[in-house]
Design a protein around this ligand. Structure first.
Ligand code: GLP
Length: 238
């Protein structure tokens, strides 16, 4: 696991976008695992800008999103389908049918769909203040595959900022499991802000602690890159 501390989220987004573009130049057909939330937004902005600048095509790229709420239609403004379309997909030349999301319909074979495409080459991750990755909440089994989950109260509270009131936040979601995520060939996790500092300090203790799902990344030896700003890095023990 490599930890990279940069000044701010814009610098983080740009640094990871450059790495992704480099990989796409080597393999224009790669499979991208994508995350939602505020953390990857600067990355998506840089990816759009750099791709236009360098004439990079996404027509042979396939995307696999980490998670989606249960009970929201795809055109609901808080759905992750809507988020991805508004913040990334509509700006690039992706082909039709190149985007996959876990859903009620494919929950039992989402992992198989990913495997049949050759696996995820690059997985982007954020982290919840409670240490969740995707919607793998504390104590999710390490061998979990894509599944339906109940959201933790902390997650419902944190995500209520996007909804007009807390009762509108879905209480269930469909998420890649921890074992699904760990199979990705390369992982970039982005964390910024003081509210992520505690989860980051636990994750960076170097071992898997089931109460902090992000710490499962310690079980993957290579190609895990943790990008932090100074606030998110502020509790890392020396
Ligand atoms: C949601 C998503 C996660 C994301 C997390 C953090 O719960 N399911 O994938 O990492 O929020 O969001 P943010 O980056 O906005 O802090």
């Amino acid at each position: 696991m490599e930890v990279i501390i940069l000044d701010n989220k814009t610098d983080i987004g740009l640094a990871i976008a450059k790495e992704i573009i480099k990989d796409i130049k080597n393999n224009p057909k790669l499979n991208l695992g994508l995350a939602t939330g505020s953390s990857p937004l600067p990355l998506y902005k840089s990816l759009i800008e750099l791709s236009k600048l360098e004439n990079i095509s996404f027509k042979d790229i396939t995307t696999f999103n980490l998670d989606e709420y249960c009970g929201l239609s795809n055109d609901n403004k808080e759905s992750y389908h809507y988020f991805m379309n508004e913040n990334l997909f509509k700006y690039l030349d992706f082909s039709n049918n190149s985007h996959y999301f876990p859903s009620i319909d494919n929950v039992n074979n989402y992992d198989e769909i990913i495997n049949n495409h050759g696996g995820i080459d690059i997985q982007i991750l954020g982290i919840g203040a409670n240490g969740h990755i995707a919607f793998n909440e504390p104590n999710t089994p390490i061998d979990s595959v894509t599944h339906i989950t109940n959201l933790a109260n902390k997650t419902i509270l944190d995500n209520s900022r996007f909804f007009s009131n807390i009762d509108e936040v879905p209480t269930k979601a469909i998420t890649m499991g921890l074992s699904t995520i760990l199979k990705a060939k390369k992982i970039y996790l982005i964390a910024t802000g003081k509210n992520k500092a505690e989860a980051i300090s636990i994750m960076l203790k170097g071992k898997y602690i089931k109460e902090c799902p992000a710490s499962a990344l310690n079980l993957k030896k290579d190609n895990v890159y943790i990008y932090l700003d100074k606030d998110a890095a502020s509790l890392i023990s020396k």
